[in-house]
Design a protein around this ligand. Structure first.
Ligand code: MLT
Length: 202
């Protein structure tokens, strides 16, 4: 797996890009959200018309579930491997779109890998057969009211699943669509501070 790693303090931010992105995309976002934190940023290994993704889809918003389950396992293995090489401490996912969807899948299928998650423009990746016990896991979900890629009902359903699983969910309905604005980042930065303490290097 191609990835970028920037050493820093724990919690580490696991940066998961959107479709067509790469491991460099979210590094500036990570630095803005939590200056001084370690950043671990893998590149999705699926190519859709040359665009990296974290799992295959059959059509926009229609996911290849078998592939998603397999890739979620690969991501968990990657995190485990990196944790044995570097002192990553707690890991908080920060994902956008396709990256946010695999972060949600990781929480639902492999609870315990993440200590929190910021999900920018996520939807239900899959309906898990059994709900995991997320036991107060802090999750921030930022939804665009006019997002044409992420049906707001699906984002709402994801919020319901995470809440039912016991996550401590903060749901932010944002004016606007799939794109992110500075306000999204500022909300995420403050949420991280409130849930994980002051950033080590302001
Ligand atoms: C996906 O995972 O396919 C997202 O919902 C949309 C995208 O990343 O383009």
């Amino acid at each position: 797996m191609n990835f970028a790693f920037a050493p820093g303090t724990s919690p580490t931010l696991l940066l998961l890009h959107g479709t067509g992105g790469n491991e460099s995309d979210l590094l500036p976002v990570g630095r803005l959200l939590r200056p001084g934190a370690a950043l671990l940023s893998p590149r999705g290994e699926v190519l859709e018309n040359g665009m990296p993704r974290f799992f295959r889809r059959l059509a926009p918003g229609v996911f290849d579930e078998e592939d998603l389950i397999r890739r979620t396992g690969d991501l968990a293995a990657f995190i485990g491997e990196q944790s044995s090489l570097h002192p990553l401490g707690k890991i908080i996912a920060v994902g956008y779109s396709n990256g946010a969807n695999i972060a949600a899948s990781l929480m639902l299928l492999r609870p315990g890998f993440l200590s929190g998650a910021v999900l920018f423009r996520a939807m239900v990746p899959l309906e898990p057969p059994d709900l995991p016990d997320l036991d107060g896991l802090p999750v921030l979900l930022l939804v665009g009211r006019t997002d044409t890629m992420i049906p707001p009902e699906s984002a709402g359903r994801l919020a319901a699943i995470l809440t039912q699983a016991g996550a401590n969910l903060t749901l932010e309905w944002r004016e606007g669509g799939h794109e992110l604005s500075t306000d999204d980042f500022l909300i995420a930065r403050d949420w991280l501070r409130n849930n994980f303490g002051e950033s080590p290097a302001p």
